[in-house]
Design a protein around this ligand. Structure first.
Ligand SMILES: Cc1cc2nc3c(=O)[nH]c(=O)nc-3n(C[C@H](O)[C@H](O)[C@H](O)COP(=O)(O)O)c2cc1C
Ligand code: SF4
Ligand code: SF4
Length: 252
């Protein structure tokens, strides 16, 4: 079994790691596949663990799914982490991408995690994290039993599959960050950025235009020097999953 993951602040990575450990699966960071034209697997079971962004899956996850090639009878499952426990159209998106290869999503489960975007998300963090252990046990039962209760729409991805989101233009609102004078050029944000959107130039972080809104740069910066331009997204104190460290994101 392979489990492909995407994560900004570690919630999805923690979930993927727990699942992989219990199911003896291999973990793959989809950021490491970004330069590949196709991603071919030979496994009979493949999982995806992604965060929910605006009721949808992250853009790099969509790009990755379109490149994935797996054996005909592969059993696919997906776990979405989100602050509200509702991942919107995420599973339909995953199923549509698989449909293009004559496959389908079989198991789809949500897991509620601390939110990493809004100020309100900082509430009840400990209680939410405690709840995830039980949610994960239930999901593992389904993974072990290869439950197949997801209802496919039997539809493929449309032409605008990658760009389309359930909300009109969230990127315009949230993609920009400013770098404060506290930046010391340590490069952690550049190492973590899943799209390679950050470079360190003249001792300061510089952002390009290929942001996937994962918020890793904002939350992992040791100097809190990456600040969202939209003030409402700057109010949430820095967060990362308490069991995840920067090194967990980096290729061994
Ligand atoms: C840009 C952005 C959009 C988000 N949109 C939603 C959303 O629509 N619904 C929701 O419940 N949580 C939303 N969240 C919260 C994340 O889905 C949640 O905190 C997730 O567990 C983060 O996973 P990660 O730590 O693996 O990055 C959003 C977070 C970000 C950064
Ligand atoms: S992690 Fe923070 S301090 Fe380090 S380069 Fe990025 S913005 Fe600057
Ligand atoms: S620039 Fe920041 S928010 Fe955008 S993809 Fe890179 S790490 Fe994530």
């Amino acid at each position: 079994m392979k489990i492909f993951w995407f994560s900004g602040t570690g919630n999805s990575l923690w979930t993927a790691k727990k699942l992989a450990y219990a199911a003896k699966a291999e973990l793959v960071n989809i950021a490491d596949t970004r330069d590949m034209d196709t991603v071919t697997v030979e496994d009979d079971a493949v999982g995806f663990v992604f965060p929910t962004y605006w009721g949808d899956i992250p853009r790099p996850a969509k790009e990755f799914l379109l490149k994935l090639r797996a054996p005909k009878d592969t059993w696919f499952f997906a776990v979405m982490t989100s602050a509200g426990g509702d991942s919107g159209v995420s599973f339909l998106c995953i199923d549509r991408a698989l449909y293009a290869q004559g496959q389908k999503l079989s198991l789809a489960r949500n897991i509620t995690m601390p939110g990493n975007l809004l100020k309100a998300s900082a509430k009840n963090e400990k209680a939410i994290l405690k709840g995830t252990e039980q949610e994960l046990k239930d999901i593992l039962w389904d993974v072990f039993h290869r439950t197949a209760d997801f209802k496919s729409e039997n539809k493929g991805p449309g032409k605008r599959f990658v760009q389309q989101t359930p909300f009109r233009s969230p990127n315009a609102l949230i993609k920009r960050f400013r770098i404060t004078e506290d930046c010391d050029g340590c490069g952690i944000c550049a190492q973590l950025c899943p799209t390679g959107n950050i470079t360190v130039t003249d001792g300061k972080a510089v952002h390009g235009k290929n942001c996937a809104n994962c918020y890793a740069c904002r939350h992992w910066c040791p100097k809190a020097a990456t600040v969202p331009v939209a003030r409402m997204f700057g109010k949430r104190p820095q967060y990362h999953h308490p069991s995840i460290r920067v090194k967990d994101f980096l290729k061994k």
